[in-house]
Write a protein that binds this ligand. Structure first.
Ligand code: M6R
Length: 607
């Protein structure tokens, strides 16, 4: 994780570096820091905690210098202290790093054995010393970096600053993203195009293993074998505007409320309303050849994939394997020739998902990416891009990206079914009609906000909360539990309702609220039976259902959330809203940091 920025500028760079970090804070907010060269010396300002703390340090002690590097950290090696904050520095070299140096222990021991004094517990500091040693031995920065890079195992994006070469920055990447930006007499390094958006739109994406030397005389990129290479400069199209919260107290609330609009926006790209057709923006790809689908994703995106598995199997009768990305590569997955792998990711940068994508691509799978950030690595590396149009999602808890992912996956399921000859034009017309109802149904669901807020107090006092659902409501139960734990820090678990009696029901007592997601429909009665088993043991149930479901089973619940009636196809999209709102209001009631919860980062770029 972590975000890095570097500027080889014409004027003082500290303010612009700080601004770049603001755009990268989604990558981590454990600490932040900036280094520049001032009067022949490396100067640093660092602070633990959120970026606002670094802002205060800089206000108290401003930093001059026209060349600088900056970093916002998500701690991997060493706690989130100022001492462990990047940039790490010797008197000659300062360095920022995103990734993990996996062989840092032997390298660290080597350095200690040579008498180097290390000040932090980070893996990053050893890279700084390795480069420094080479420079002390008489190599110039380019030769020094060339010697050190092959010694590093793991994943890294680096930006390096040199005391004696204030008109130079060196960047390198392997496994973690890094872009070069070209401005007017200035050059930049950044973890992504968004970080550099206010500075320039002219970006080149470095390939795996590339490293780059920025000087006043020009920029030279080298590949992993140290051959000089050209990397195309493209227009990033990234917006330079910082997103604000509008009238909302938190980004998460704003993003929950944006769902009717952004899901409509997403559906517009996939539904041809006049012709009653569901289409995909990949007209040349023949879905009928797909024999098997593998879905890989993490967190909330994984739960969207779980819902899609039901749809693909039900509508297209295509077998689907689904894995959390961090497990996928390591279980020697069997992938049939002619298989389709679908990666799902809001950021398009999640390291585990990206590694799975590359693994499957190397095995000859066609890769389709359901991705929200169009400039992301996954969007660029996939064979088929199926964009969600959720717009920037800032809150760490994913909300609008999830419902937009579901909209795209429903469209993909319908197209797969058509290609396999399993959907008639009448059935397609009906699917178009149901999907077209989603924005209004989401609006309706948002109308339950006050009722949900009113009951959030009852959940906020709990130590443990269970979520139950069946069919496509089972992934929603998992998603509800994930939302609650990540932003309210309450322990929560999601279970398939029928699994309760196989163990988890032992957890039930009068202190454990049980949130049951059960729209009326084919599985309703079965879920209600499981719910009653919970109630019979003193469990306090909150039932989320429609009027019909609540009339049938609401009695005896401590609370009910009445949802609009939704067709089973769209119910998982619509029922996402109450689980999001419940987690949100519980977190607000508990006073946690809703948008930047502890220990987390928006984009998880380490394995
Ligand atoms: O960017 P991605 O969709 O690949 O991210 C995957 C997960 O890290 C993400 O969904 C995470 O679980 C969210 N914080 C959940 O709200």
């Amino acid at each position: 994780m972590c975000g890095i920025v570097g500027i080889l500028g014409k004027d003082d760079v500290a303010d612009r570096l700080l601004d770049g970090l603001k755009r990268l804070e989604y990558r981590g907010y454990d600490s932040a820091g900036i280094a520049t060269v001032v009067d022949g010396a490396i100067e640093r300002r660092r602070a633990s905690g959120k970026l606002v703390n670094l802002g205060k340090v800089l206000a108290a002690e401003p930093l001059a210098g026209v060349t600088g590097i900056a970093h916002t950290r998500w701690a991997t090696h060493g706690g989130p202290t100022t001492n462990n904050a990047h940039p790490h520095a010797t008197d000659r070299v300062a360095l920022v790093h995103n990734g993990i140096i996996e062989n840092f222990k032997p390298l660290r021991e080597e350095l200690l054995a040579r008498g180097r004094k290390l000040e932090s517990q980070t893996d990053t500091e050893i890279v700084c010393h390795l480069v420094s040693e080479q420079i002390e031995a008489g190599l110039d920065p380019v030769e020094a970096v060339k010697v050190v890079l092959p010694r590093l195992h793991g994943a890294f994006a680096l930006a390096i600053l040199f005391r004696d070469h204030p008109d130079m920055l060196i960047g390198a990447r392997l496994g973690s993203p890094l872009v070069v930006g070209y401005g007017d007499g200035e050059t930049y390094l950044g973890s992504d195009a968004l970080a550099l958006a206010p500075l320039t739109q002219r970006i080149s994406y470095l390939d795996e293993g590339d490293w780059v030397v920025l000087t006043r005389g020009g920029t030279q990129v080298y590949d992993q074998a140290n051959n000089p290479v050209e990397r195309a400069i493209v227009n990033s199209g990234a917006s330079g505007q910082l997103i604000d919260k509008g009238n909302h107290r938190h980004f998460m609330a704003k993003e929950i409320y944006e769902q009717p609009i952004v899901v409509a926006q997403t559906l517009r790209a996939y539904l041809q309303r006049l012709e009653d057709k569901v289409t995909l923006p990949i007209p040349d790809f023949d879905l009928s050849v797909i024999k098997r689908v593998t879905i890989v994703a993490c967190g909330t995106s994984y739960y969207a994939g779980m819902v899609a598995k039901y749809w693909f199997e039900q509508f297209a009768r295509v077998a689907v394997d689904i894995d959390v990305a961090s497990e996928f590569r390591y279980r020697a997955p069997v992938m049939e020739d002619g298989g389709l792998m679908i990666v799902i990711s809001q950021s398009g940068e999640t390291a585990d998902t990206l590694a799975a994508l590359r693994h499957a691509k190397a095995e000859g799978q066609t890769i389709a990416a359901v991705v929200n950030v169009p400039t992301s690595t996954m969007a660029r590396e996939a064979d088929l891009l199926l964009p969600t149009h959720a717009g920037p999602e800032i809150g760490v808890a994913s909300t609008k990206a999830f419902t937009c992912q579901l909209a795209v996956l429903a469209a993909l399921a319908a197209n797969l079914a058509k290609a396999k000859g399993r959907m008639t034009p009448e059935e397609e017309k009906a699917i178009v009609a149901h999907l077209a109802e989603v924005p209004a149904a989401l609006n309706d669901a948002l109308g339950r906000d006050e009722a949900i807020e009113a009951m959030a107090g009852a959940v906020a006092v709990a130590r443990d909360v269970l979520y139950l659902g069946r069919g496509t409501d089972y992934p929603l139960a998992l998603e509800g539990a994930l939302k609650l734990k990540e932003i309210s820090y309450i322990h929560a678990e999601g279970y398939a309702a029928g699994e309760m009696k196989h163990g988890p029901i032992a957890l039930i007592d009068e202190h454990v609220p049980v949130i049951v997601i059960a729209p009326s429909g084919p599985l309703f009665e079965k879920t209600v039976s499981n719910m009653q088993e919970v109630q019979a043991r003193g469990g306090k149930v909150v039932l989320i259902s429609d009027a019909e479901g609540i009339a049938a089973a609401g009695e005896g619940c401590i609370a009910t959330i009445e949802m609009p009636k939704a067709h089973p196809l769209i119910a998982p999209i619509v029922y996402a809203v109450p689980v999001q709102l419940l987690a949100y209001h519980v977190a607000v009631a508990k006073g946690t940091d809703v948008d930047q919860p502890r220990n987390l980062a928006k984009s998880v770029t380490v394995e």
